[in-house]
Ligand binder design. Structure first.
Ligand SMILES: [Zn+2]
Ligand SMILES: [Zn+2]
Length: 126
């Protein structure tokens, strides 16, 4: 987290934990959505992010959370995450993502986001 120098005209403003989240959202100004929208060749305009998708990463055995990732996402993707028909696959190594339309697959998903350590794309690049 960067350090913020907050200056208020009014000293009575109380700062609670929510302000960190609020500032984090302000940082999103002009930040494009980091999730996949269309194949790269289509060259579409990526919508601006409105929120973060957060995930804590840890070692399975110790249950310690060692790291967290914060992915800027747009309104459209936020809606997709709440839509039970979509599942998001996200690779934490190369930050690539892919949406899967559940009715088109025969796989039973019991989660809305699948976090991958490595994906086919990472393997190609090595
Ligand atoms: Zn998006
Ligand atoms: Zn990858």
């Amino acid at each position: 987290m960067p350090n913020f120098n907050l200056k208020y005209n009014n000293d009575n403003i109380s700062i609670d934990a929510n302000i960190n989240q609020y500032i984090a959202k302000l940082e999103l100004l002009n930040e494009p959505c980091h999730l996949k929208h269309a194949p790269e060749y289509m060259n579409i305009k990526i919508p601006l992010a409105v929120d973060y998708l957060c995930q804590y990463l840890g070692f399975n055995k110790s249950h310690n959370t060692t790291e967290s990732i914060r992915i800027p996402i747009c309104k459209e993707c936020l809606k997709g995450l709440y839509d039970k028909n979509w599942v998001l696959v996200y690779c934490i190594t190369c930050n690539s993502s892919q949406w899967i339309w559940k009715p088109n697959t025969f796989i039973e998903f019991n989660t809305d986001v699948i976090w991958l350590d490595k994906c086919p794309k990472c393997k190609e690049e090595k």
